[in-house]
Every structure is written in C-alpha cells, then in structure tokens.
Design a protein around this ligand. Structure first.
Ligand SMILES: [Zn+2]
Length: 223
C-alpha cells in the first residue's frame, strides 16, 4: 500500500533532477554518471590534488543541494565520488596502511544556519564508502576555525586569500603514518585549501594529497 501511494505521488509530482532539471529521477543517470568517472590528478600548492568533476552549472547544484539542503542523495553521490578519488590516490601512491582524513572546516555561522556540520557529515559518509572498498580510513577533524571570516562569494581571489589568512588552527598534534589526505567538497580559488595547508604545515603535519569532489578549471587555482 505504501509503495503504491509513493508511485501515485510520483505520477502527480514527477521527480525533477536537481542537477539538470530533467524529469524522472531526483538525480538523473546522466548527471550521476558525471560524478562516477575516472578521477583527475593535478597539483595545488605543489601537492597532488585528485578530483572527479569540473565545477560548472550542473555540478554546482549537487554541491549546493548537499551543503545547504542536506539532500541525502547529493551527499551520497559526493561521498562516493570522493571515496573513488581516494581509492585512486591510494593506488597511485602505493599506500597499504590505514589513511587519515582531515577536512577543511566550515564557519561556525554556516554550521549554525544549516543546523549541521556539512563537511563532517560528508567525511563520515566517505569513511563508510571507503570501508565498502576495503580501505580503512580515520576521520580526524584536526582543523578548526580560528577567526571569523567573511562570506567569500563576493570576494575576488586576492581578497579571499587575505580573508582566509590565519583563519584555521590545528587542534591536536598527529603523527600520521602516511601523511593526511586533506578533503573538501569543492576547490574554487583555493584560498581555503591554502589556509588549511598553511595551518597543517605550521603544526608539522605532513599532507599526502588533497582530495575534492570537484574543482574549477586549473587556470584559476593557486599554484
Ligand atoms: Zn540530471
């Protein structure tokens, strides 16, 4: 009965893809496939960076749905995409030990207005997906917000770097066997990642690689 009611609901309100607005599924198979392709490897700040999808009108809607709406399908798709990139990176770097994941923290105001800590939710789901791939990963939220930063959306690249300067601190020391994987959902100008790298370097924590779900074209990235 419940099942037939659901399908009736779907007939009256057909699902629309949150990414491309095509009728059918909440995330259509074409959009989903875009997140499940082989990951790309580039460099950010001299560190190897692995990601799957370019930041564009379609991928940005999945990122926003996960981040701002807590959309479960979007969170799952991002976490599978990040886990696939980590699996690729683990093989590429010939690692066979447990790995440690550290995330770029969200502003406290963002956590408050969303009612949840998006990046932690995502990281916990990434750890779960990695376990299904037989990769043991520890999630260590070592990076913390040290000062209030402005919303970055209206700032240019130089202003973002200034805004993020000393924005993070490291809460605990860590002796990672492999060096940590620094995780974020998205890299745009790279100002947040740069500050994360700065804080971890200052705390003498080695970074093995940077992993994001998506990234803007590499010409925009901080080298
Ligand atoms: Zn779609």
């Amino acid at each position: 009965m419940v099942k037939s009611l659901l399908s009736l609901k779907e007939l009256i309100y057909p699902a629309v893809c949150i990414s491309c607005e095509r009728y059918g599924k909440a995330i259509c198979s074409i959009c989903e496939a875009g997140w499940l392709v082989k990951c790309k490897k580039t460099k950010v700040l001299g560190i190897d960076h692995y990601f799957v999808t370019d930041y564009n009108n379609f991928s940005s809607k999945i990122i926003l749905a996960a981040k701002e709406d807590g959309n479960k399908l979007a969170i799952k798709l991002l976490s599978i995409s990040i886990a696939n990139s980590i699996k690729f990176a683990v093989q590429d770097r010939k690692l066979n030990k447990e790995i440690d994941l550290v995330t770029i923290p969200s502003q406290k105001s963002a956590i408050k207005s969303r009612g949840r800590d998006h990046i932690s939710v995502l990281a916990i789901e990434v750890v779960r997906q990695l376990l299904l791939m037989e990769i043991n990963a520890n999630y260590l939220p070592l990076l913390e917000v040290a000062k209030r930063s402005m919303d970055q959306s209206n700032l240019n690249s130089k202003e973002r770097k200034e805004n993020m300067k000393y924005a993070f601190k490291v809460s605990n020391s860590l002796n990672s066997q492999t060096g940590i994987f620094l995780i974020d959902d998205l890299i745009t100008t790279g100002a947040s990642i740069q500050e994360g790298v700065r804080a971890l370097n200052d705390a003498k924590i080695t970074i093995n690689a940077i992993i994001t779900a998506c990234a803007v074209g590499r010409n925009f990235l901080i080298r």
